[in-house]
Design a protein around this ligand. Structure first.
Ligand SMILES: Cc1ncc(COP(=O)(O)O)c(C=O)c1O
Length: 365
């Protein structure tokens, strides 16, 4: 048997692959059809004009070769303009934007570009499990966030948060920037759910805070705001040195993004924006429905398309799956502090959500 390189061996179990496999195995055992509220896979696609741009562009003969490795300048300008208009952030599109094939890739690249092997990265706990993979790939050590009295080389922040659905608290970005300035650490703010905030909150970009770009970058995803998860398109914005390193890594490891996807990305960013608010409002409405149905259970959601809930004593996610035929994402997979909690997805059709909530209520009764 040929030896497996250490960098592959140290990768953790991929949380979502394992979750999908458990749900598929339970479904295959037969019985009532399962209701899957475990996955965060947007069920609403992008607006029609975006799909149309993709198909029209794909029909051209001159778009099938390699696209420019670092992305179309017009795409970078489009996201920079959006940042200016929506978040009040001025971005130099030539120096402060890297186009990435999804922010999942971007968050791996950040670890590789910012931290030396053996370095330390602070992660949210509970937090998005792919951060564990990024730390492992970079050969770094992870520490769970417990305030800014910590020595590290980088820190991941994520608001609104997957899985806790919490919005950023006042002053937290400022504190993080001060910490990074004093320690020389880098910061990554994962803004994947940035536009999906509830109860009258306004989207809060990390880069809107003074000096943020001196210490880090923000990831913006097309997956959630525009329902383009399968398209694999996102951005790393902010610190010009980190942007340059990410583009350098991509020049070696990737060969650009299919041009029609980039053109459609421009159409999404610059065209009518009513779908963004409609999508946000849809998730807020479903969040309201879920919180009403789960009355009496400790549950929260200030944004994203998730509800984070505490499992009543004696109830496990496995029980819910096997006995009650409803899948939710187990909290401990997001970090030690997630134990005893679960994440429920609102990115499903209303009737599926309702059926899932009925089963949860029956299980909790
Ligand atoms: C917190 C968080 N960050 C990043 C991502 C990756 O998003 P994408 O690679 O589709 O841009 C996800 C996807 O679920 C996420 O939940």
């Amino acid at each position: 048997m040929r030896e497996v390189p250490e960098r592959i061996r140290r990768l953790p179990e991929q949380y979502f692959t394992a979750l999908l496999a458990r749900v598929a195995a339970a479904a295959a055992r037969g019985g009532e059809p399962l209701v899957d509220l475990g996955r965060g896979n947007p069920e609403l696609g992008p607006p029609e004009h975006v799909v149309q741009t993709l198909t029209e562009c794909a029909g051209r003969h001159d778009v099938h070769g390699y696209a420019p490795f670092s992305g179309l300048p017009a795409l970078k300008e489009a996201i920079a303009t959006r940042y200016g208009e929506l978040y009040g952030v001025h971005i130099d599109s030539a120096r402060e934007v890297a186009v990435v094939p999804g922010t999942k890739t971007g968050l791996m690249e950040f670890a590789l570009c910012a931290v030396e092997g053996g370095g330390t990265i602070v992660l949210p706990d509970p937090g998005y499990p792919d951060y564990f993979s990024a730390v492992a790939l970079a050969g770094a050590k992870q520490v769970a966030f417990s305030g800014f009295d910590v020595t590290a080389d980088a820190m991941y922040l994520n608001f609104p948060s997957n899985p806790t659905a919490a919005a950023v608290t006042d002053g937290l970005f400022e504190e993080a920037i001060e910490w990074a300035d004093q320690t020389g650490a880098w910061i990554l703010h994962d803004f994947a759910y940035g536009d999906l905030v509830f109860d009258g909150r306004r989207p809060q970009s990390f880069l809107a805070v003074e000096h943020a770009r001196r210490v880090g970058i923000e990831l913006f995803s097309m997956s959630k705001t525009y329902g383009m998860a399968g398209w694999r398109l996102g951005f790393a914005l902010g610190n010009a040195e980190l942007v340059r390193r990410i583009e350098l890594l991509q020049d070696h490891a990737f060969a650009g993004i299919f041009r029609p996807v980039q053109e459609a990305g421009i159409a999404a960013l610059t065209g009518p924006q009513n779908s963004v608010e409609e999508r946000r409002a849809t998730y807020e409405r479903r969040r309201d429905r879920a919180l009403v149905a789960l009355e009496g259970i400790e549950a929260q959601s200030e944004g994203t398309f998730f509800v984070w809930l505490r499992l009543p004593d004696g109830i496990t996610v496995e029980d819910l799956l096997v006995r009650h035929r409803v899948a939710v994402a187990p909290g401990e997979g997001f970090g030690a502090r997630g134990a005893g909690w679960a994440r429920l997805s609102l990115a499903v059709r209303d009737d599926i959500l309702d059926r899932g909530l009925e089963r949860l209520c029956a299980a909790f009764a």
